[in-house]
Design a protein around this ligand. Structure first.
Ligand code: ADP
Length: 208
């Protein structure tokens, strides 16, 4: 999948581990960031072919009065029904992947960050040169999740368990940011990695 010589780093991590925060710190250093969660919303905007496909598969009940996706209705339909969820994923995953690759190829920059929350199971692994995992201990993850989304602890744990495990993520990591400290600590880590990625990107461009 990697046809140009742009150096790409996939950024992944568990829910509320700090991916968006880290992405913002890279972005503040003028690094183009493509976030697959953002792409996932874009591809189902009104008028997009994937939205029509979803309506064909799940019925007009998943389309709101204004023609946009009724997320709640769709969630209700696919929730807890494995085959329906798989059908939805079969529609969405390739479209999200293609759009992510398209945006990355258009984005330029010295190197790029591609945020992929579920990287362990994504073919986008083949599109990147390096994998950066934001890691933090589960208790910190639960606390941040509860603070951010006002979940109760049980729901927060359920959300955590629905993802790939910390071990699965760390097993594919080239670099790990340990995010259990302060935001200043995090910024210092990003500063260090940014310098290292600029160097690796330069080497790749010059072919050595
Ligand atoms: P993700 O994108 O992985 O779900 P976020 O970057 O949104 O995670 O971080 C989850 C929450 O934790 C956010 O409210 C964020 O502001 C906060 N957070 C992240 N890292 C830190 C940190 N080092 N110190 C304090 N709060 C943090």
């Amino acid at each position: 999948m990697q046809e140009d010589l742009v150096f790409r780093v996939a950024l992944t991590g568990g829910i509320a581990s700090g991916k968006s925060t880290v992405a913002r710190l890279f972005s503040a250093r003028s690094v183009p960031v493509i976030d697959t969660d953002v792409v996932a919303r874009e591809v189902v905007e009104t008028g997009q072919p994937a939205l029509a496909q979803i309506a064909e598969t799940f019925g007009d009940g998943v389309i709101a009065g204004d023609g946009s996706l009724d997320r709640k209705a769709l969630r209700h339909l696919v929730f807890a029904v494995d085959s329906a969820r798989q059908q939805l994923e079969a529609i969405l995953h390739p479209v999200i992947r293609e759009e992510t690759v398209r945006q990355a190829r258009a984005a330029g920059g010295d190197y790029q960050i591609i945020v992929v929350p579920l990287l362990t199971s994504s073919p986008l692994k083949l599109f990147v040169n390096r994998i950066l995992v934001v890691d933090c201990d589960e208790e910190t993850q639960i606390r941040r999740l509860m603070e951010r989304d006002a979940e109760d602890e049980e729901q927060a744990r359920r959300m955590l368990n629905a993802q790939s495990t910390r071990e699965e993520r760390l097993a594919i990591a080239d670099d790990v940011i340990e995010n259990s400290g302060t935001l200043d600590d995090l910024d210092a880590e990003v500063e260090r990695l940014d310098a290292s990625y600029r160097l690796l990107a330069k080497k790749q461009r010059h072919g050595f």
